[in-house]
Design a protein around this ligand. Structure first.
Ligand code: SF4
Ligand code: SF4
Length: 432
């Protein structure tokens, strides 16, 4: 029987690219490498206008604390250091690079000469850090920090291959096409943290991927496949841990506090490439889809490629575009500008026409659907109402800070109340 959690819902899957093999998108003429692609302190550019940069060269470094470096995804010349609107709608410094189309890799990048058995915790964490790896499922938490903070606490690794958001199929294709990279990344993290167990968690709507991963894992010591019920938001860390281990993480605590470390499938593959080949994070797999894009695809895209270049490669728009979303339709961010570049957390670009438009309203009919679907067992209708009145203390009392912003409440609401927007405002006020 498939494992699951309480609450959640079943949005239409719309995984129309599930059978589309991953294509390598040709490098664009320019990339804009955002200095803030992760949760934590932004990077400071380490190059200046006119500099030549190699593919894989560090072009931005953090100044300590929670951060990780960013690298050039192409070789060429820096033509500007500019403040632009980034993927989250805020002004972010970008290093803009003009491509020389030579794809010259930084000469220092070499395959690792040390075996995994010989490698220490510190060496592995340093490799993950130098490679600039941040949670590729969309959360963009610096991965070296996650691994380092699990030292001595972690009992089990969980690889999140749920991909529960509608439309997105990047992890699904990665499991089918590069399962060894994911599994080898698992071994690197297990070695670093001296873990004896890892569950690779896959929803039961990806039967082909379950089969491939089961075959590839075979009799690997301590690694197994957990099949989870297809339900949104199964990929949320808290729901994942509950579904597998029936452990609830208290508000304000992290998976490491209950002995778990959760990594996304592509993050695990990126760890392997960094460990084995010395390749920093310069590109990522993403899904480009929606009812307004001519040729929906799964692509490997250089970081810093603009949305407009990606859409052109996918044959352009098929009609009048209403909304472009970076990420999934439930938790993604609507984009202001087609020049916004792909960052580490961009798992998909969704293009929707007018027929998907909904008009927000304030017509709560007290149906309770938002309460029934909330995986965190909150009272979304009250949270929205308190936030609307600016009653932040009541929001706190009703545990608004536990909201994982999954969007189930808003999706279910027959009154089209923009519940999550209210909740985000309340959380922002309380955190200030
Ligand atoms: S209140 Fe938060 S956690 Fe609950 S359904 Fe709404 S967005 Fe999800
Ligand atoms: S789902 Fe919408 S209409 Fe129903 S109780 Fe919640 S906020 Fe009100």
């Amino acid at each position: 029987m498939s494992l699951t959690f309480k609450g959640g819902l079943h949005p239409e899957e719309n995984k129309i690219t599930a059978k589309s093999p991953i294509e390598v998108m040709p490098e664009p003429a320019t990339v804009a490498i955002a200095m803030s692609q992760h949760i934590g302190a932004p990077c400071i550019p380490t190059v200046k206008k006119g500099d030549y940069v190699y593919k894989g060269q560090t072009v931005g470094e953090g100044q300590g604390g929670l951060t990780c470096p960013v690298h050039s995804s192409i070789s060429g010349t820096v033509i500007g250091i500019e403040d632009r609107v980034g993927a989250f709608g805020q002004k972010v410094t970008h290093v803009v690079i003009e491509n020389d189309f030579k794809s010259e890799l930084l000469p220092e990048i070499k395959p690792n000469s040390k075996s995994l058995e010989e490698s220490t915790f510190d060496e592995i964490v340093e490799i993950i850090k130098s490679a600039g790896i941040a949670g590729l499922g969309g959360a963009t938490f610096p991965t070296h920090f996650k691994v380092a903070s699990a030292k001595g606490k972690g009992e089990k690794l969980i690889i999140n291959c749920c991909e529960c958001e509608p439309y997105i199929t990047a992890n699904h294709r990665l499991m089918l096409e590069k399962p060894e990279d994911i599994i080898n990344g698992v071994k690197v993290v297990m070695k670093a943290l001296d873990l004896k167990a890892c569950h690779i968690a896959i929803e039961d709507n990806k039967k082909d991927a379950i089969k491939v991963m089961q075959e590839k894992v075979g009799n690997e010591n301590g690694i197994d496949i957990k099949v989870l019920k297809t339900k949104y938001p199964q990929g949320d860390e808290r729901q994942l841990i509950y579904a597998i281990d029936k452990i609830e993480i208290p508000t304000g605590k992290l998976p490491a506090d209950v002995g778990r470390i959760v990594l996304n499938a592509e993050t695990s593959a990126a760890i392997w490439r960094a460990f084995h080949d010395g390749i920093p994070l310069v590109d990522r797999v993403m899904t480009v889809t929606g009812d307004c894009v001519a040729q929906p695809k799964n692509l490997i895209v250089p970081l810093g490629t603009s949305i407009s270049d990606i859409i052109s490669y996918c044959g352009g728009y098929t009609g009048e575009i209403e909304k472009i979303i970076s990420g999934g339709p439930m938790m993604g961010m609507a984009q202001w500008d087609e020049t916004a570049p792909v960052i580490k957390g961009t798992a998909s670009i969704l293009c929707f026409g007018k027929k998907n438009k909904t008009q927000p309203s304030e017509n709560c009919i007290h149906c309770g659907k938002c309460v029934g679907s909330c995986p965190m067992h909150l009272m979304p209708l009250y949270l929205a109402s308190f936030a609307k009145q600016g009653d932040w203390e009541s929001c706190r009392e009703f545990d608004v800070l536990s909201c994982v912003e999954c969007g189930c409440c808003t999706y279910q609401c027959p009154g089209n109340v923009p519940i999550v927007q209210y909740i985000r405002t309340a959380k922002g006020k309380l955190r200030k």
